[in-house]
Design a binder for this molecule. Sequence first.
Ligand code: GDP
Length: 463
Amino acid sequence: MSDSDTTPTDTSADALRTPIVAVLGHVDHGKTSLLDKIRGSAVIEGEAGAITQHIGATAVPLDVVSDMAGELVDPDDFDLPGLLFIDTPGHHSFTTLRSRGGALADIAVLVVDVNDGFQPQTLEAINILQNTQTPFIVAANKVDTVPGWNPNEDSPIKPSYDAQSDRVRGDVDDRLYSIIGELSDQGFSADMYWRVQDFQNNIGVVPVSAMTGEGVPDLLAVMMGLSQRYMKEEMAIDVDGPGVGTVLEVKEERGFGTTVDIVLYDGTIHEDDTIVVGGENKPIVTDVRALLQPRPLAEIRTESRFEQVDSVGAAAGIKVAAPDLDEAMAGAPIRVVGDRDLDAVIEEVRAELAEVAVDTEEDGVVVKADTLGSLEAMADALSEAEIPIVRAEVGDIAPRDVAVASTAEDELHRAILGFNVDVLGDAEDRADVEDVKIYTDDVIYQLVEEYDTFVEDQRQSQQ
Ligand code: GDP
């Protein structure tokens, strides 16, 4: 940092924050591997400590992107600080949603296995990206497994691009074009990324291997370019302002009680700040007891896995320890009160929660989901299928849900649909006794289909 950066006149307000990237895709298509590869390569490429570990996220700074991407990224062309990848594992793609103003993620990578093409969760992810108007690129993954794959180490465009024929060598070419075709079936104009000029209106397809790392620099370069070109204005934040973020996960942590892992997308959060967090029944008002970051592996002794920090600015992933977080919800907003009126902030959080619009009826099925975003997506799907909902909540399926479902007047509504949630033991037993059907799945449309099949069967048996 030069002296001029730290002069008192530089308030650091209106700084440009790191774009937040979500990685989505069907199970087993390689989301985790891709994130691991990006993390791993960045660690090898960058100097020690160049890549910062966050809670639930990994930051890849511009200089590391540039080191990895070579001539594809000249750091002088950029003023965004890098990329922040949300790496909440598993099915938490829906945590990329925030109710107000679209997605938590500024940009997304849709991972598609070239051998497998589009699958249910691919389509579900596309649906979400469309609804939240999140720009995305496609990582056509596992190219190393395709017969005839022949990486061209010398080419600036690594994935075996042959300029003469304007094609990718080997059988992979056909598979890449079939992905482009599938995108086009979904209403997108798409092409191989090196032919895309306008990433706002076209989806770039980047052939990659999360295994060998091929194409990963290209992927980073495209994302960096896309963010710089189309998102710079949205990245301008008041870093000194009160922190605003989204809860990724609610977790019990030894010594700290219930904590929330959040991604902060605006402002700064400090220790002792008063915060308002979206809760199951009402907004939770509490004070930050500790802000926790993962401790570098080398430093972990017998002590805590976490390092305590005084404050953190957007964009960042951080664990917040505070009293009374038991009812906090994944996907809910978190806001620092700062010197603003507490009631006004509570009202903002309440309004954000209310925007997760779930219309409930007098009689209908019970819906449970792992996050607010997925609950909203479930409600949309059920409304499309004209299935009424009596109650919709975030959380595992508990006995009280069975109690609610068992009061349904219409026999067909004695059902609980759970998306990405567990069924608590007592609930299962109780459902047996009360003759309440429980359906769980991690693909929304399959869940709706299972319930529909039950409805059909019932109707037929009544005839
Ligand atoms: P996720 O469910 O989308 O997170 O998928 P994973 O990252 O867990 O990958 C699923 C499987 O595919 C694992 O066995 C990976 O090792 C494998 N895999 C992922 N990416 C690649 C790749 O580029 N090439 C090959 N050969 N295997 C891959």
